[in-house]
Design a protein around this ligand. Structure first.
Ligand code: CO8
Length: 258
């Protein structure tokens, strides 16, 4: 399928989704959000790791499209926020790892998109921020929910109330990103991380993601019980038999994703 605003590249089990709206620094309008929705909804088992990045050298995503938002009334604002929130939730709950390779500005909805991914790595030129209050709105694609989870309430509130833009090294310091690389290294590092994941059992990764994501919002007993249940489920998979047999026979495991 052809997209107006997405460039898709596939190699082995890795798919790279590049958001490409050069005239607005890859800002997210509702057409782009719908294209992302269509794309992620159509992913099949041939994609085992998804990498999301921005086209060009300057921007990952410079936010939601301000020219589209400028004229919204309350119900339209509600619907626009809901669209973005639902698409990002779909990304967050994909049964595969999603890596954000943040190549430049990740502001507003761009920072929120990165936070919906499992892992964020950044170029040294990347910049992060939630500048919405300067536009008279609040983060609307689930930033008030995810940012405090990632960096703690104090720093999240500082970022959101001040709207300040932070550099990649500060994002690393507060735990918003896992690693910072030179711009020309970023995609190589994302692919390298994805390749490490490809060596492991896909069902186990899916269940680990489910355990972390769903367990995070439960109390201790609920989270531990959930992990216990999912751990048990691993033992019905062929990959568990294969992984342990390979270890015991000192050979490389050949996982089939079942
Ligand atoms: N929306 C629309 N257009 C944009 C956006 C955006 N978010 N960001 C940049 N652009 C456009 C500019 O208008 C400009 O267009 P033109 O060439 O036609 O004038 C072009 O991209 C290039 O931008 P600049 O000339 O401004 O480039 P600079 O290098 O000078 O500045 C910045 C880069 C700092 C990224 C600057 O463009 C900027 O501040 N952009 C806005 C960042 C921002 O505030 N983002 C948050 C938006 S709000 C949001 O994301 C809320 C999400 C939840 C919504 C819920 C809805 C209910």
């Amino acid at each position: 399928m052809d997209y107006e605003f997405l460039k898709i590249e596939r190699q082995d089990g890795i798919t790279v989704m590049k958001i490409s709206a050069p005239k607005s620094l890859n800002a997210l309008n509702s057409t782009i959000l719908k294209e992302i929705d269509t794309f992620v909804s159509g992913l099949d088992s041939t994609t085992r790791v998804l990498i999301i990045t921005g086209d060009g050298e300057k921007s990952f995503v410079a936010g939601a499209d301000i020219s589209e938002m400028a004229h919204l009334n309350e119900p339209q604002g509600f619907e626009f926020g809901k669209l973005g929130a639902q698409v990002f939730r779909k990304i967050e709950t994909l049964p595969i790892p999603v890596i954000a390779a943040v190549n430049g500005f990740a502001l507003g909805g761009g920072c929120e998109l990165a936070m919906a991914c499992d892992i964020r790595i950044a170029s040294s030129k990347a910049k992060f921020g939630q500048p919405e209050v300067g536009l008279g709105i609040i983060p609307g694609f689930s930033g008030t929910y995810r940012l405090p989870k990632l960096v703690g309430q104090g720093y999240a509130k500082e970022m959101i109330y001040t709207g300040k833009v932070i550099r990649a090294d500060e994002a690393l310091r507060i735990g918003l990103v896992n690693a910072v690389y030179e711009p020309e290294e970023l995609m190589y590092k994302a692919l390298e991380m994805a390749a490490m994941m490809l060596k492991n059992a896909p069902v186990a990764i899916r269940l680990a993601k489910q355990s972390i994501n769903e367990g995070y919002d439960l109390d201790a007993d609920g989270a531990i019980a959930l992990e216990n249940k999912l751990f048990g489920q691993c033992f019905v998979t062929k990959d568990q038999k294969e992984g342990m047999d390979a270890f015991l026979n000192k050979r490389k495991a050949d996982f089939i994703g079942e």
